[in-house]
Design a protein around this ligand. Structure first.
Ligand SMILES: O=C[C@H](O)COP(=O)(O)O
Length: 241
């Protein structure tokens, strides 16, 4: 049965603590802008994130080299530094795709990023990326349709699924390619992205907290609490059983 993977899209440690304490998250994603906001040592930021969420969870950060050669070296260094649960985000530029192709042959864990079209998703998946991150809100903002990118790419990914043998031969590891919906400004975008076939989403803290918010839920709980208190006062079930 499919499970949705929720990532937190921030490098702010307070936000990561708050969200990961409450929600069942798979990991944290960052990008160069998100990291630069913290104005701290890069290595410390990533280690601090792992300390909060646990080394069994996933952290993503982006390669910043502009050639495939430098990106490949960055990814090798990142894996040596942060271990198996670190995924490098690589942009879907020609140099980025070239780097993905080289790195996936060595079993590296890659997330393709900067995605604004279905073909970028398919190409990155063929090059061996495990996660492909389309920017839903950035697409909507220029009058296109982020959800349609996910729908089209998901259809093609389903049609071109590879066997475990094919994956091992090409990428040296077995994984399911996943569309990682990113760049959300509201809950509807997140929901429609998942409905369109995205098995994972990365959501900034402000939108993350709203995923389960409903004013009528709060009103219902307030009513239950006040009705209960009229008869049982401050007692909880711990006092009554
Ligand atoms: O790394 C990708 C981010 O999810 C982009 O999000 P943003 O459009 O809210 O900056």
């Amino acid at each position: 049965m499919m499970r949705v993977q929720y990532f937190i899209d921030t490098a702010n440690l307070e936000s990561i603590k708050k969200i990961s304490d409450i929600f069942p998250i798979t990991g944290v994603t960052t990008n160069p802008t998100i990291i630069a906001k913290e104005k701290r040592d890069f290595k410390e930021i990533i280690n601090d994130i792992f300390d909060i969420i646990g080394k069994d969870k996933i952290v993503h950060a982006q390669a910043v080299g502009s050639t495939a050669e430098i990106i490949v070296k960055e990814v090798q260094l990142l894996r040596d530094t942060f271990g198996e649960n670190f995924y490098t985000k690589i942009p879907v530029t020609p140099e980025g795709i070239k780097a993905m192709k080289i790195l996936s042959k060595d079993g590296h864990k890659i997330t393709a990023t900067g995605i604004l079209s279905p073909q970028q998703i398919i190409m990155a998946a063929e090059a061996g990326a495990e996660y492909m991150a389309p920017y839903i809100n950035r697409s909507d903002n220029i009058g296109e349709n982020g959800i349609e990118i996910v729908k089209d790419a998901y259809k093609i990914l389903e049609m071109t699924k590879k066997t475990d043998e094919e994956k091992l031969a090409r990428y040296k590891r077995i994984f399911e390619p996943k569309i990682l919906g990113a760049s959300f400004k509201n809950v509807r975008q997140v929901h429609e992205t998942i409905l369109a076939g995205s098995k994972s989403v990365t959501v900034a803290p402000d939108v993350f907290e709203k995923l389960i918010y409903h004013p009528y839920t709060d009103w219902s709980m307030d009513t239950f609490n006040s009705d209960w208190e009229k008869v049982y006062g401050e007692k909880t079930l711990l006092d009554l059983l």
